[in-house]
Design a protein around this ligand. Structure first.
Ligand SMILES: [Fe+2]
Length: 137
């Protein structure tokens, strides 16, 4: 079983994005803890809804930053976000109707988060820093 918690390797140096990422990891951890406790399905579904809504809010806020700086990889990055939101909806449905394991869903979300944050989001933050540096000159 993997330990779902914040790690300094997820820190990408943008205070607001890092703060939102921390909250997202906390929610994924909460799903994992509910899975361990074998909580009622209705409760887990509410939590999965919270994860999805939080992810959607966070993605829109990242995408708005991208638009502000004229980020060249906007469409590609946005598609990664949209893919995850579609997948979360499908996975929540599978959990509810076919009893797909909740713990596996938590692992899937955490693995996606770890990869996305340390690659795609890191690239975005480098671009934000370059944009800010250029604005100062
Ligand atoms: Fe992102």
């Amino acid at each position: 079983m993997i330990d779902i918690k914040w790690d300094s390797k997820f820190e990408i140096g943008h205070p607001r994005i890092d703060a939102e990422h921390r909250a997202f990891v906390d929610l994924i951890r909460a799903v994992s803890l509910e899975a361990e406790r074998d909580c009622p399905k209705e409760k887990a579904m509410r939590l999965l809804l919270e994860v999805r809504k939080y992810a959607e809010f966070h993605f829109v806020s990242e995408e708005n930053i991208m638009l502000d700086i004229g980020y060249p990889d906007y469409a590609e990055h946005r598609e990664e976000h949209a893919w995850l939101l579609r997948r979360l909806e499908d996975e929540a449905h599978s959990y509810y109707t076919d009893s797909a394991p909740l713990e596996e869903l938590a692992h899937f979300m955490f693995n996606w988060f770890a990869l996305h944050t340390t690659t795609v989001d890191k690239k975005l933050v480098a671009s934000i820093a370059a944009h800010e540096a250029a604005a100062k000159t």
